[in-house]
Design a protein around this ligand. Structure first.
Ligand code: ADP
Ligand code: MG
Length: 401
C-alpha cells in the first residue's frame, strides 16, 4: 500500500479539508457513544499543533440529498469542542458562500464544521462539479474516515481528483492493522467467522479460505456447515438452501490448504432465553427437538490449542447468541484466549463487525486486542477482498502539494 500521510505535508497556515466519520448514535438529542469522535483525536491534535486551519467534512444519517433540519450537524459543535477541548465553529452549508466564510475566518490551529454533506444529492452521486466546489474551500484533503471508504462519494473519492490528498492518523492506523492481519500477515493466520447466517458472509468466507491457514466457524453459520457435511442439526438456525455453497467453500479451502474448524461441541437448548436449561453435546449429536446456540468447552479448548501455533488472528462474528447469558460462553472463552496471547506478544489480533465489537466488549477483553475495527460495512467489504474506493483514491492521488 502506498499513500501519503499527514507527515508528508507542511500544514502551517494551510486550509485542510478533513473527511471524518462523525455519524454518531444519538438519543433524545444527546450523543450516546463518542467512540467515533474520540478516535480521530490524534488527527485533531496533530492538525492543531501543526497550525492547520481545519474544515471538518462529514455525513450524518440518510437525508437522501435533501436539507433535513433534524439531520443538521450544528448540534455536534459543542460535543466536539468538549471531547477535543478545542472550539469548533459551524457553517450552515457544506459548500458555497457560508462554507467559504467559515474557511476564511479560521486562524491557524482552529476548527470549523461544515453542514451534513449528504444534504447535497451530488455527494452520493460522486459528482465531479460538487467535488470541485468542496476542493475550492481548501489546500489539502485529509481522509480520516475508513468507515466511509467503501462508498465512492464526492467527499471520499471524486474530491481526490482536485486536491493533494493524504490519510489521517486513524485511517493510517486502520490500514496498517488490516494490512498486518490479512495482506501481509505473519503466519500461520487463523480467522474466526461467526454470526447468524452463511448467506450474509459468503464473500467473506470465499476470500478468507484463500488467504488464511485456519478458518474457525461458529454461530448459526457453523450449523449450515455441519448440515452440509451430512448431519442434522435439529431446530438450530441453519440455511439448508446454502448447503451447496457451504460445500463449495469447504472444497475451495482444501484446494488452498486452509483447514476449516467446526465447533467440536455445541450448547443445546429447548428454548432460547436467559439462563435456560442447556447442555453441551458433540456437534453431530444435536437432538431433533433442540437448537444449538453456542460453541462448547471442547470447541473452545481445541481453538486454544490451534491458536498456540498461530501468529495472527482475525475475527468477525460471535460464536454464539452472546446477547443471552450464558450463551456468550464460547465467544468469551475464545476471546480471553486471544486476548491473553495478544498481551503476551504471541499474536497480532484484529477484530471487527458491529456485533463482534459488542461481543468482545461483553467479554471484557476488547481493549486487549491489537486492533478493533468499528468500521462496520467498510470492514466487511475489506474482509471480502474488495477494493475500497476511498482507499484506492488515496493510493492513486498524484496531485502535488
Ligand atoms: P457482525 O455484526 O459482527 O458482523 P453478525 O451480525 O454476522 O456479526 O452476527 C451476530 C449475530 O449472530 C448475533 O446477533 C448472534 O445472536 C447471532 N448468532 C450467533 N450464533 C448464533 C446461533 N447459534 N444461532 C442463532 N444466532 C446466532
Ligand atoms: Mg451484525
Amino acid at each position: 500500500m502506498s499513500y501519503k500521510t499527514l507527515k508528508d505535508f507542511d500544514l502551517r497556515g494551510k486550509t485542510v479539508l478533513l473527511r471524518a466519520d462523525l455519524n454518531v448514535p444519538v438519543q433524545d438529542g444527546a450523543v450516546t457513544d463518542t467512540t467515533r469522535i474520540d478516535r480521530i483525536l490524534p488527527t485533531i491534535t496533530y492538525l492543531r499543533e501543526q497550525g492547520a486551519k481545519t474544515l471538518i467534512l462529514c455525513h450524518y444519517g440518510r437525508p437522501k440529498g435533501q436539507v433535513k433540519p433534524e439531520l443538521s450537524l450544528e448540534f455536534l459543535c459543542p460535543v466536539l469542542a468538549k471531547q477535543w477541548d478545542v472550539p469548533v465553529s459551524f457553517a450552515a452549508d457544506t459548500v458555497g458562500p457560508q462554507a467559504k466564510a467559515l474557511a476564511d475566518n479560521l486562524a491557524e490551529g482552529e476548527f470549523g464544521l461544515l453542514e451534513n454533506v449528504r444534504f447535497h444529492a451530488e455527494e452520493e452521486q460522486n459528482d465531479p462539479a460538487f467535488a470541485k466546489q468542496l476542493a475550492d474551500l481548501a489546500d489539502i484533503f485529509v481522509n480520516d474516515a475508513f468507515s466511509a471508504a467503501h462508498r465512492a462519494h464526492a467527499s471520499t473519492e471524486a474530491i481526490t481528483n482536485y486536491l493533494p490528498t493524504c490519510a489521517g492518523l486513524s485511517m493510517e492506523a486502520e490500514l496498517n492493522a488490516l494490512n498486518e492481519a490479512l495482506e501481509a500477515p505473519e503466519r500461520p493466520v487463523l480467522a474466526i467467522v461467526g454470526g447468524a447466517k452463511v448467506s450474509t458472509k459468503l464473500s467473506v468466507l470465499n476470500n478468507l479460505v484463500q488467504k488464511v491457514d485456519y478458518l474457525v466457524l461458529g454461530g448459526g453459520m457453523s450449523n449450515t456447515f455441519t448440515y452440509a457435511s451430512g448431519t442434522d442439526v435439529g431446530l438450530s438456525l441453519c440455511e439448508k438452501d446454502m448447503a451447496d455453497e457451504a460445500k463449495a467453500i469447504m472444497a475451495k479451502a482444501k484446494e488452498h490448504g486452509c483447514e476449516i474448524i467446526l465447533p467440536k461441541d455445541v450448547c443445546i437448548v429447548s428454548e432460547l432465553k436467559e439462563g435456560a436449561d442447556h447442555e453441551y453435546v458433540d456437534r453431530t449429536a444435536i437432538p431433533a427437538d433442540k437448537e444449538a446456540v453456542d460453541a462448547g468447552p471442547a470447541a473452545a479448548e481445541y481453538v486454544a490449542e490451534v491458536l498456540q501455533k498461530c501468529k495472527t488472528v482475525l475475527w468477525n462474528g460471535p460464536l454464539g447468541v452472546f446477547e443471552i447469558s450464558p450463551f456468550d460462553f464460547g465467544t468469551n472463552t475464545v476471546a480471553k484466549t486471544v486476548a491473553d496471547l495478544t498481551k503476551d506478544g504471541k499474536v497480532v489480533s484484529v477484530a471487527g463487525g458491529g456485533d463482534t465489537v459488542s461481543a468482545l466488549e461483553n467479554a471484557g477483553v476488547a481493549s486487549d486486542f491489537t486492533y478493533i475495527s468499528t468500521a462496520g460495512g467498510a470492514f466487511l467489504e475489506w474482509l471480502e477482498g474488495k477494493t475500497l474506493p476511498g482507499v484506492a483514491a488515496l493510493e492513486s492521488n498524484k496531485k502535488a502539494a
